[in-house]
Design a protein around this ligand. Structure first.
Ligand code: ZN
Length: 442
């Protein structure tokens, strides 16, 4: 007797699946059944075709399949300034190099072309969702829609004028209208992006706190990036930046604090009691000699720590796997403890913790039934990954970003056998070269 099998869109069979939830679990020779953008079932690969009639079947015989990576902090368009001003400390880098270059070059076209370049690099290295903070977020939104990648766009708010607006009032009104435009959009999420405590004064920060709570919108802010930021705040406001934000009502589970180097017990206590998230950007912190985020202490204190690359101008790549490796190594060195930030915890930071920081953990961050099919596949069959005793270790401690072969967002394939499916790589390369010529010769 034959029964009709249920039709599904996609069946992904993999040598290993690391679902992140349940924790520390590695499934062998299993398959993901995907339909209408969601994970329908996780079943043994053998016999899967007797249970579902899939329109497409992908066999990944030497691969690990994991939830798509969440790059929880960056400035995508700054990819066009990759390598433009290296080897300077943060304040010199910003004041003497980056801000003047941005003043001269940032435009709608710059943001669109730079964001396309960044998205292409992120897809090719396994990222399916990224948090961005940059000017002209409406251009970044269009780039994300065209590429079919998920994002959280934090619109910038600063005390001073930039190419995108004159001051806090204009930034807020433009940002809120962007939020209206994308209300209900399943790929684009809009957040408040007050740049940092030293570039935004109390009045706009207070306004943001009130609006964010009323509208249930995330707040994304650089915080405690350098020792100077902390000492300047004590001089100007009589307290540390984290305390100032707490007093202004700005620290809550809606808040994503980026960097958090130079932190003491009082700062950790504020993070614990407020439920604010930390976005750790180890390579940017190392390159700008900003300091070290005590990741192991934060995790042990119950603080949610996610991970971000920051912009390519201070990293200089957007490969989140390489960031995970740096984070794992640095956490051990900072804690003086080789058991700090093990491989599974590091992978969770780059997936579920990122989703949680962005308020998206119901939808993404783990491979669970009912969640969106945001998925990354990495080929562990490469020479430098042999032999494979523990796929989680291989993903964290070898060059996994270069071994990403497939990426899906909501079941749509964005990378297939290392080829971009929604973006034109040649065109993106051509535009990056055009911008280099403009910027280098003026
Ligand atoms: Zn940043």
């Amino acid at each position: 007797m034959s029964t009709t099998l249920p039709d599904i869109d996609l069946l992904i069979k993999a040598r290993w699946i690391i679902p992140v939830i349940p924790e520390n679990r590695i499934l062998e020779n299993c398959a993901l059944a995907i339909h209408q953008g969601k994970i329908l079932a996780i079943i043994p690969a053998e016999g899967a075709e007797q249970r579902y009639h899939a329109r497409e079947i992908i066999n990944l015989g030497s691969h690990a399949v994991i939830p798509g990576l969440v790059n929880a902090h960056g400035h995508a368009a700054m990819s066009l300034l990759r390598g433009y001003a290296d080897d300077h400390p943060l304040h010199t880098w910003l004041n003497d190099h980056i801000w003047p270059a941005e003043g001269r070059w940032v435009s709608e076209d710059f943001v669109r072309d730079g964001t396309d370049l960044a998205i292409a690099e992120m897809i090719k290295t396994g990222t399916t969702c990224f948090a961005d903070m940059y000017f002209y977020p409406e251009q970044a939104a269009q780039a994300c829609l065209d590429a079919s990648i998920r994002c959280q766009l934090a619109f910038p708010i600063l005390d001073f004028p930039t190419a995108w607006g004159l001051g806090p009032d204009e930034y807020l009104s433009k940002g809120l209208s962007l939020h209206d435009t994308f209300r209900g959009n399943h790929l684009i999420n809009i957040a408040f992006g007050p740049h940092a405590p030293y570039t935004v004064s109390n009045a706009p920060l207070q306004k943001i706190a009130v609006l964010a709570h009323e509208m249930d919108m995330p707040i994304h802010i650089h915080l405690h990036e350098t020792a100077q930021e902390v000492s300047d705040s004590i001089k100007q406001y009589g307290c540390r930046p984290s305390q100032r934000l707490m007093d202004l009502g700005l620290l809550s589970p809606l808040t994503q604090t980026v960097h958090m180097t130079q932190i003491d017990d009082s700062d950790i206590h504020l993070l614990q009691t407020s439920g604010a998230h930390v976005i750790h950007c180890p390579e940017s912190n190392l390159k700008l000699a900003s300091g070290f985020c005590p990741v192991d202490r934060l995790i042990k204190a119950g603080v949610n720590v996610a991970i971000g690359t920051d912009g390519a101008a201070s990293n200089n790549d957007l490969d989140l796997f390489s960031e995970v490796k740096t984070a794992a190594l640095l956490a051990k060195a900072v804690a003086g403890d080789a058991t700090a930030l093990g491989a599974h915890t590091a992978l969770r930071m780059a997936t579920l913790n990122g989703a949680k920081a962005l308020g998206l953990e119901e939808y993404i961050g783990s491979l669970e039934i009912g969640k969106a099919a945001d998925i990354t596949a990495i080929d562990l069959g490469e020479l430098a990954m042999q032999p494979v005793y523990n796929p989680a270790s291989q993903l964290v401690y070898t060059h996994s970003g270069q071994a990403v072969t497939h990426v899906w967002v909501e079941g749509k394939c964005l990378l297939k056998n290392r080829e971009l499916q929604t973006l034109n790589e040649r065109e993106i390369l051509g535009k990056a070269n055009w911008w280099r010529k403009q910027i280098a010769t003026h």
